[in-house]
Design a protein around this ligand. Structure first.
Ligand SMILES: C[S@@+](CC[C@H](N)C(=O)[O-])C[C@H]1O[C@@H](n2cnc3c(N)ncnc32)[C@H](O)[C@@H]1O
Length: 251
């Protein structure tokens, strides 16, 4: 792979995926019945990472689940904790599976990281059965980030993602990508602000990611945490970012 090869996900990545999955849990529980996950016979998860979503879907369907990722280290973590799933190292842009195999093909926070998302969605659609579903469960769009007071957290995240080769605007592109691949597509957006408890729980980690990417110094990092905590405790902090999802039905 191109862009992703540069990404050093680091040892904390599983916790980060768990946090991300929590933000969007409520919408996934609404999407699964829409794509008849429970009634599916074969499910493919693409870009499974450390298996956070794999574990969730395994509990929600008796289907035979295959989960792929192109990163061996991720798969090793996933394999240790999630049982009864076939894990494979593979690149979504060139899948070895036969056409029309899976009832549901899904991914979470994947398109953000793809160098050639058009190829990926074509492959995901190809291996999906006719009338089956291809689903992007959550893809952010940092262009819609809103924060007040303006501590520049969104801008730092966006710069960091661009530097890593990710596309911070991928959310808005999902419908275009899915329809171009021939899928009958419905698009949705998770538009929620973080409440006080959520902010307090996550803000340090959010700034740690900025600090770890060497965009700010340690002194700046400490200052930001102090300012953030003060604003959050006084209930004066607002952060919002749209996270899109797309459900595509193969014609
Ligand atoms: C942000 S992580 C999300 C992991 C998981 N879906 C989750 O939400 O917890 C993106 C994952 O996609 C994988 N990935 C990126 N490009 C890929 C590709 N071309 N083929 C397969 N996996 C890929 C990465 O290795 C990484 O594990």
């Amino acid at each position: 792979m191109k862009q992703n090869d540069k990404v050093d996900w680091g040892p904390q990545i599983h916790e980060q995926f768990v946090r991300q999955a929590k933000w969007t849990e409520s919408i996934r529980s609404k999407i699964y019945p829409q794509v008849n996950l429970r009634g599916a016979k074969k499910v493919l998860e693409v870009g499974c990472g450390t298996g956070v979503i794999t574990d969730e879907i395994r509990k929600k369907t008796p289907a035979k689940i295959t989960a792929i990722d192109h990163d061996k280290g991720m798969l090793q973590v996933a394999e240790k904790s999630v049982k009864n799933v076939t894990f494979k190292q593979a690149n979504v842009e060139k899948l070895s599976m036969r056409s029309n195999t899976f009832d549901v093909v899904l991914c979470q926070y994947l398109f953000l990281w793809l160098a050639e998302p058009e190829k990926a969605i074509k492959e995901m659609s190809r291996v999906c059965k006719k009338k089956g579903f291809v689903v992007a469960l959550s893809e952010p769009d940092y262009g819609g980030w809103v924060e007040y007071p303006d501590f520049q957290l969104g801008r730092y995240h966006m710069n960091h993602l661009k530097r890593e080769g990710a596309d911070p605007f991928v959310g808005r592109k999902l419908r275009f990508l899915f329809e171009t691949a021939g899928l009958e597509t419905s698009l949705g957006v998770i538009a929620q602000t973080w409440d006080k408890e959520h902010l307090l729980m996550n803000i340090e980690e959010e700034w740690k990611r900025v600090f770890d990417s060497q965009i700010i110094s340690e002194a700046e990092y400490r200052d930001m945490i102090r300012m953030e905590k003060e604003a959050i405790r006084e209930n004066k902090r607002t952060i919002f970012m749209p996270v899109f999802y797309a459900i595509g039905r193969k014609r």
